[in-house]
Design a protein around this ligand. Structure first.
Ligand SMILES: Cc1cc2nc3c(=O)[nH]c(=O)nc-3n(C[C@H](O)[C@H](O)[C@H](O)COP(=O)(O)O)c2cc1C
Length: 485
């Protein structure tokens, strides 16, 4: 599972990755869809019907733009494509828990490898500077959803910043709205690393140098969407994941960017000039958060590969085109956090699709002692990434598949007593995107539901009325025809 296919390694160039995806029959090419809501709608309707079984969608011939200037959605949205991206065994992509464990190893058991600085790379094929820049003329930037406040160039992106105190480079996926041809908005939320770094510059009255990669390769996207420890450089982490140094080019604003990026936008965010940013159809499934005055990003320089690919990930009411990997990567991060925090015998974790990957999290444990389930629930509700905008954390026994809603709801209905097994927490970390948020703070309240068999009755709790795995295997074999549809 974790060895990957022979001669196969994690993907640090989007085009190599797409060739492999196409070869596997997982790439749909669509010509002629309009940037104004049409691409977003095609992808939404497709993914709503088939969720993680949908292909990646590559749009070309976008009206008003040269052929070859493309937009890609659903890059990592199937178990197969996710496995391919990080060099795991794609044949084993049906085994959910096995895939989670293999990915955990890939993500968390590698040593960072410092990047390699180069003078040249594909992204330098085209360079536009100063007055010649008009981002809306250059690229087919989509309006992803009908009520969005504008065109969003950054969705599946990496926003690069540097900590002014430590020098550490970070890349985070934050939405970027087009205000005009030379100005963007970049929305990083409460507590995000890029937001904290930006605040340090602004506190000194200085602009924050920033570089936005809007054509990311798979490993950059996977690193940018997770919180890397503050003492690890983002591209060293990505190098560790890739098993080789990432080739970086040093930009004019003192920030590096991957040489194999598709599109790179260089500039700075300024403390003293704001514009209305938003609304945007968000992961919560609402246009919540509305539009707010946010510091603007001034574009200084644009680099792009010939026939560039703009990587897109439009969030919305689940399911959507980046929900699978969203739930998957978050579940792995939480599993790692729980294990590191000393929670024993974690047997499954799932950030549920129906909870938009954040609001409904299930942890399965093998109960070992009185209070084990409470410990697991409290930890899971506060560890990254569940702490941000979490709402319901459910703890179940090891016989319950954490990602199987039928199992989970059944356990809640038969193993928990609402008068004793629900713990309320207040003043937890939230966001303005939370549609329930209304009092001007960024707190939320949440509950932990202990849906494990009561520990004091664990040996006497009624047996589960379900065919044993042995008998199931036997009848499958004996009556194979019944199961062959
Ligand atoms: C497709 C996608 C879009 C996202 N958009 C935003 C966003 O607009 N603002 C934000 O703060 N976080 C957003 N996130 C979540 C952050 O990328 C994530 O929390 C990440 O860990 C942030 O990086 P950081 O820990 O370096 O701050 C998005 C994630 C994904 C996958």
């Amino acid at each position: 599972m974790d060895g990957g296919r022979e001669n196969f390694s994690p993907q640090t160039d989007l085009r190599d990755f797409l060739s492999a995806v196409e070869e596997a029959g997982q790439l749909e090419k669509v010509n002629g869809a309009h940037w104004d809501k049409e691409m977003g709608a095609v992808v939404e309707v497709l993914y709503r019907e088939r969720v993680e079984k949908s292909k990646a969608v590559l749009f070309d011939d976008v009206p008003g733009y040269p052929k070859g200037f493309r937009c890609l959605y659903g890059m990592l949205a199937s178990p197969y494509r996710l496995a391919l991206a990080v060099g795991m065994d794609t044949e084993a992509s049906d085994d959910r828990f096995g895939l989670l464990k293999a990915y955990q190893k890939k993500m968390f058991q590698h040593e960072p490898i410092p990047p390699n600085f180069v003078e040249d790379g594909p992204v330098l094929e085209n360079v536009v500077e100063g007055k010649d820049i008009d981002i809306t003329k250059l690229f087919p930037v989509p309006v992803h959803h009908e009520l969005d406040g504008g065109r969003y160039i950054g969705t599946a992106c990496g926003v690069i910043t540097r900590d002014p105190d430590t020098g550490r480079v970070n890349s985070g996926t934050y939405r970027c709205m087009v205000h005009d041809g030379q100005t963007l908005g970049v929305m990083s939320s409460n507590g995000k690393q890029g937001n904290i770094q930006r605040a340090k510059y602004f506190a000194k009255g200085q602009p924050c140098p920033m570089t936005i990669v809007v054509g990311v390769d798979p490993t950059h996207f996977l690193a940018a969407r997770m919180t890397i420890p503050d003492d690890v450089d983002e591209f060293a982490f990505q190098g560790g994941l890739a098993g080789k140094p990432i080739d970086l080019i040093m930009g004019d604003n003192g920030l590096p960017f991957p040489a194999h990026s598709e599109i790179v936008i260089e500039g700075e965010q300024v403390p003293d000039e704001t514009r209305l940013e938003g609304p945007f159809g968000e992961w919560t499934g609402y246009y919540a958060g509305d539009a707010e005055q946010d510091p603007i990003f001034k574009i200084k320089k644009v680099y792009y590969r010939t026939n560039p690919i703009l990587t897109c990930a439009a969030s919305q009411k689940p399911p959507h085109s980046h929900l699978f990997e969203r739930c998957f990567t978050r579940s792995v991060t939480l599993m790692e956090g729980l294990e590191k925090a000393g929670v024993q015998d974690v047997r499954g974790v799932w950030h549920h699709e129906a909870g938009s990957g954040r609001t409904f999290v299930v942890v399965a444990i093998k109960q070992r002692f009185y209070g084990h389930a409470t410990q697991a629930g409290l930890m899971a509700s506060q560890l990254n990434p569940a702490t941000y905008c979490g709402r319901y954390t459910v703890v179940v026994d090891e016989d319950i598949e954490a990602h199987n809603l039928h199992d989970v709801v059944w356990a809640m209905g038969t193993r928990s007593d609402p008068s004793r097994d629900i713990t309320h927490l207040t003043q937890c970390q939230s966001s303005r995107l939370d549609p329930m948020h209304e009092d001007g703070t960024l707190f939320n309240n949440r509950v932990i539901i202990n849906a494990c068999r009561p520990y004091e009755r664990i040996d006497t709790f009624p047996a589960v009325a379900q065919t044993s795995p042995e008998l199931a295997r036997e009848v499958r074999k004996k009556f194979a025809k019944v199961f062959s549809y």
